[in-house]
Design a binder for this molecule. Structure first.
Ligand code: MGD
Ligand code: MGD
Ligand code: MO
Length: 776
């Protein structure tokens, strides 16, 4: 095995070798701001949390498939690959015959690892297409559940808006004022799906600030934007951005500052919007004074910033987080509308953008050659759910639901199969999720580590870490393709997702195996998938090394397309010739189509709706449960960078000093956080960075349920998993996006016993010869 290898991860490209204290991880040499998250990998390969062998829940082995509770803590039996492949092949045949593809949910949401061939979702989809002819899928994402289906109806392609219409390069050159709802913290742009080679964002922000550019942050948390760029923090009440944005729109029309020519030429429905803005509905005219009462932001500040948006070269950006809440469509729609009134949409670095700086692949140039992707095959099953409706679907088979104006019915799922995701991290209301998972016949999970999801499964396939296999690392918005070179052989009996699924396909029969593998080994696939990239480079007359030369060097440079304003610039230059993909071909401030759906919670224009689940006397604090700074979601939560952030081994809850004083909390205390969904323990940190009335518990601490010592909560996590506290309600009937960002809770000092953390312990195992549970 090599001493050190080139590799990539969602948190950046790097070099890894065996070091004296675990792995020696060095960032890619060209990365100007490498992420500390890299160090979470140091001890991962030998961590006791690893799944080492195929494992089957003992009660499932004994009783066979069927709906029943799947509690965490029940024992598993380790079996051979031959045995598990046979068990799975039998289960696939049974479900296929009795229920067809409508009986299997293969949405399998999750980030998995960076590699493009060993991409878990592509692998599992390809397998289910082969084995079943299809599967029930999950559409959209937890990231942008409201914005992704909405924006194409209002302005155009979600991917283009979030990635390719406003670039960092343009903003560095052009923009004088950036107004961000939800922020653009470098901790978030540490992450880019597939891995990036250079983290440019903070550097770009510093350059903008150095030439006098101004940053205004609307957020309950001040460190959602770096401090060293002179950020002006507006500590808005969470969930109220729409009111604030409407008030800015009010100021523009009131002072005659709106760009009427832009509105007439490029937009439809402004008149309808004005009627709402000035009318009596929802609290009367949407004046700054009205918004001040709702948002906590001074009327004067709102008015001044609205004027500045028009006077300066300005950009309005909405972070994913702001739409990951009740009525999440509205702030996105309102911000787009405000930008239309300002009239700078389609100019370089200006106008409207979405999720800018939320991830490392936004605002960068598109790569001009194809990068390797594994074909997933054809899914012949039409049934789908909005991805965050997983519990709703499992609990309510046959029940109707609506999505983007169409009525559907939830399918009746018998087999649930997950690869590369952690629903006990990403879904809301984990108590309800556990009940929902109890409704299926069999739950299969492919995992590297014993997450709560793996411990909730019936059958767990042990999967390699990326350093134990060869792959490509890359993304469509980074100018480098990496060879993710293999550092060491897989530990124990672990296999890649590809080899694991190949084994199950072989147990199903030669036809399935041939369909799934196309007769290729993993290495054959790498060579095969590299070829389109190489051929394109060659056709462009660029350096086009063959596979072996690429592999030996570890990366190749990829050409990028010109930096333009994409389809928005084309539309601005030629509105007749390059209309938008919306129903009217223009920006839809009022959408006839959405209005026609008749949803009160998402009518045909941006409206102010207060959250139904605002604070109450019993649950007085607003909970912000956001992306974690110290890891990617729940991945490698046991790693050094993640662990260093914890308080007494538990996730940290950040509390404003005024609230801490009122609650009698000190730094380093343990607090109990609770609401009608559940309770958890978290370690207290007191900080001015968090607005009063808000508490901040980042997501990603592995779920660690214990019996509640007080006997009150239906679920009690001793490790601080925020999703025991969040509600499982969609954004609206329109999109049913995830609403996990904002919750409400009570908080008090915990003086009871502090149970040990068992989150990273494997489940108990029984020997395969025994069918009786042992009690030692
Ligand atoms: N309350 C609340 N909840 C949220 C959010 C929020 O803001 N608030 N944010 C949401 C968002 S935006 C997202 S994207 C989701 C993220 O949710 P997920 O993507 O589900 O979270 P991860 O922890 O990245 O889960 C990936 C899992 O894949 C496993 N894995 C890694 N590599 C491989 C591999 O090669 N093969 C296999 N089989 N497994 C692998 C990892 O061990 C890990 O358990 O969370 C959502 N949940
Ligand atoms: N380190 C790290 N980076 C990540 C990830 C990770 O897990 N770890 N996950 C990646 C993924 S998959 C995604 S989708 C993105 C997520 O990108 P985002 O959703 O943009 O990121 P978050 O950190 O969840 O939220 C940003 C901030 O929004 C603020 N906020 C919450 N509610 C409101 C509100 O109502 N109004 C306003 N104005 N602000 C509000 C909160 O203070 C929060 O810190 O991050 C990506 N980057
Ligand atoms: Mo996400």
């Amino acid at each position: 095995m090599p001493d050190s290898v080139v590799h990539s991860s969602h948190w950046g490209a790097f070099r890894a070798g065996r070091g004296t204290d675990g792995l020696d991880i060095q960032p890619h040499e060209g990365d100007r701001a490498p992420s500390p998250i890299l160090q979470n990998m140091r001890h991962a390969l030998d961590h006791p949390a690893r799944v080492l062998r195929p494992s089957v829940r003992e009660s499932w082995l004994r009783r066979g498939p069927g709906p029943r509770p799947r509690p965490i803590g029940e024992p598993f039996v380790e079996v051979s690959w031959d045995r598990v492949a046979e068990l799975l092949a039998n289960e696939v045949r049974r479900v296929r015959e009795a229920h067809g593809p409508e009986g299997v949910y293969g949405g399998s949401y999750g980030w998995a690892s960076a590699g493009r061939f060993h991409h878990s979702q592509s692998q599992i989809h390809r397998f289910l297409n082969t084995a079943f002819g299809g599967y029930v899928s999950g559409v959209s994402s937890y990231s942008a559940g409201a914005a992704a289906p909405l924006l194409p109806r209002l302005i155009g392609s979600f991917a283009e808006i979030s990635r390719n219409t406003v670039s960092w390069k343009q903003v560095v050159a052009e923009t004088e004022l950036i107004v961000s709802f939800g922020g653009m913290p470098p901790r978030n742009s540490a992450i880019g799906n597939g891995g990036v080679s250079d983290h440019i964002e903070h550097d770009c922000m510093r350059r903008i600030a150095a030439r006098g550019g101004a940053f205004h942050l609307f957020s309950p948390i001040s460190d959602d934007m770096p401090e060293d760029i002179g950020t002006v923090w507006h500590a808005i009440t969470p969930g109220t951005d729409t009111a604030l944005i409407l008030a800015m729109a009010y100021v523009l029309q009131d002072e005659g500052l709106e760009d009427t020519a832009f509105l007439e030429t490029y937009c439809v429905g402004y008149g309808r919007f004005l009627d709402y803005l000035l009318g009596d509905a929802d609290g009367g005219p949407k004046t700054p004074a009205w918004a001040e009462r709702i948002t906590g932001i001074k009327a004067q500040t709102i008015a001044q910033l609205a004027r500045d948006l028009v006077r300066k070269r300005s950009l309005i950006s909405v972070a994913h987080a702001v739409q990951r809440a009740e009525y999440g469509e509205q702030p996105v729609w309102a911000a787009m509308t405000l930008a239309a009134m300002v009239g700078q949409i389609g100019l370089p670095g200006r106008g409207f953008t979405y999720a800018f700086g939320s991830l490392a692949h936004t605002g960068r140039q598109k790569v001009a050659v194809p990068i390797p992707v594994l074909p997933q095959g054809t899914n012949r099953c039409q049934a789908f759910i909005p991805v965050a409706a997983i519990s709703d679907m499992l609990l309510n088979p046959g029940a109707p639901f609506s999505f983007m104006g169409v009525q559907h019915a939830y399918p009746d799922i018998h087999l649930l199969w997950w690869a590369g995701g952690n629903p006990f991290h990403h879904h809301q209301d984990l108590h309800r999720l556990a009940q929902a998972i109890g409704r299926v016949d069999t739950f299969v999970v492919q995992e590297q580590v014993w997450t709560a999801t793996a411990k909730s499964a019936d059958i767990v396939l042990p999967i390699s870490f990326s350093l134990e296999r060869s792959d490509f690392g890359g993304t469509r918005n980074d100018p480098r393709l990496f060879a993710m070179q293999k550092l060491c052989p897989p530990k124990g009996d672990v296999r890649s997702d590809y080899d694991a699924l190949s084994a199950v396909a072989a147990a199903l029969g030669p036809a399935e195996h041939a369909d799934f593998t196309q007769g290729r080994s993993a290495e054959d696939w790498l060579r095969h998938l590299y070829e389109p990239t190489r051929a394109s480079l060659e056709a462009m007359g660029l350096d086009a090394p063959d596979f072996d030369a690429f592999w030996e060097k570890g990366w190749i440079d990829l050409p990028c397309r010109d930096d333009t304003g994409g389809f928005l610039q084309e539309f601005r230059d030629n509105p007749e010739g390059r209309p938008l993909g919306t129903p009217s071909g223009k920006i839809e401030i009022f959408s006839q189509e959405i209005a026609g759906y008749g949803y009160d919670d998402a009518p045909g224009l941006p409206v102010w709706r207060p959250h139904k689940r605002g604070p109450t006397p019993d649950e007085p604090f607003i909970l912000i449960a956001n992306a974690p700074s110290t890891r990617l979601h729940s991945q490698l939560d046991f790693g050094a960078t993640s662990a260093a952030h914890k308080v007494q081994g538990r996730e940290k809850v950040r509390v404003n000093p005024a609230d801490a004083a009122a609650l009698g909390l000190q730094d380093g205390d343990i607090a109990r956080m609770e609401n009608d969904r559940g309770a958890c323990l978290a370690g207290v940190q007191i900080t001015e960075h968090v607005r009063a009335g808000v508490v901040h518990l980042q997501t990603g601490a592995w779920f660690d349920p214990h019996d509640d010592p007080e006997g009150l909560a239906p679920v009690f996590c001793v490790h601080g998993n925020a999703n025991v506290l969040t509600h499982d309600k969609g954004t609206s009937q329109l999109t049913h996006g995830c609403t996990g960002q904002i919750g409400r809770v009570a908080l008090r000092k915990w003086t009871g016993p502090v149970p040990p953390i068992r989150a990273f312990d494997p489940p108990p195992f029984l020997s395969s010869s025994s069918t009786e549970p042992s009690h030692d």
